[in-house]
Design a protein. Structure first.
Length: 269
């Protein structure tokens, strides 16, 4: 009954079409999302690119808007889109993220061996390809997400991280702590484009929601979907675990938009 209730709750978030109230929070900062209104009255959406990548364009109450993912390494100041080949500017504001220091008992997860590094390099190519997926086939049914798992939000996006006092890349997702075996549900409909058991990320699933919006689920204990599967809002996709580089069981949930990892909190209804 509990699983059914979760699915019903998730289904209540689905909307038949994207409207202004269903956009992510507009936060034009490194690791954020910029909602840029477009001066176009055409019936078909304009073509928009940002740093050479296609950008999600959606119909809003006032016309068309670009929904732009901004990378964590983005510089502060003016940034430019190309809208049907013509430049359109928007401003990226500063944001300071907190620091986090973790102790990892498995030293190979902090200082990998040469063999590990070869594996990591190969996996990085697969992960990057999945996160940069851009499919024209279907627009996202919703740009607001349900939480994929019940649990405590243990580590926010963007933390400047140190493992065993060694600086590493900023935290690229939202960590939700939950016991091993806790069900994970798709927060929106989409297509599974990659799965695997990765050195750092552990057992992982990648879902393409369309037009450059991709979600990633890491450190899973079990995976219940396969590449090519169509998943619907609220569908069971696997369970929480402690695989890969972890200090305990949790789900690491990432959101990529036009190839940039952005704060999942901006998409939570």
């Amino acid at each position: 009954m509990r699983s059914l209730a979760l699915v019903v709750g998730f289904l209540g978030l689905a909307l038949p079409a994207v409207v202004s109230a269903n956009l992510p929070n507009n936060k034009a900062v490194p690791g954020g999302v910029a909602i840029v209104p477009l001066s176009s009255s055409e019936e078909t959406p304009p073509t928009v690119t940002y740093n050479g990548r296609s950008v999600l364009v959606t119909k809003t109450d006032d016309g068309w808007s670009a929904v732009v993912g901004i990378g964590l390494s983005a510089e502060i100041g003016e940034h430019r889109l190309k809208v049907n080949g013509k430049p359109t500017a928007f401003e990226v504001q500063d944001k300071q993220y907190a620091e986090q220091r973790l102790t990892i008992s498995n030293r190979r997860q902090v200082n990998p061996s040469p063999e590990d590094l070869e594996r990591i390099g190969s996996e990085r190519t697969r992960i990057r390809a999945a996160l940069e997926t851009y499919s024209e086939a279907a627009s996202p049914e919703a740009l607001r997400f349900a939480i994929p798992v019940e649990g405590r939000r243990s580590s926010p996006f963007g933390l400047r991280r140190f493992f065993n006092d060694q600086p590493r890349n900023p935290h690229s997702g939202l960590d939700i702590a939950a016991p091993t075996g806790t069900p994970i549900h798709a927060p929106a409909s989409g297509t599974v484009v990659e799965t695997g058991d990765f050195f750092f990320n552990g057992k992982s699933v990648f879902i393409d929601h369309g037009h450059g919006l991709v979600t990633m689920y890491c450190h899973m204990d079990s995976i219940d979907v396969a590449v090519g599967d169509r998943v619907e809002l609220g569908q069971f996709i696997g369970t929480v675990g402690a695989t890969g580089r972890v200090t305990g069981p949790h789900l690491h949930w990432s959101v990529a938009l036009n190839g940039n990892l952005v704060d999942p909190e901006l998409f939570i209804d």
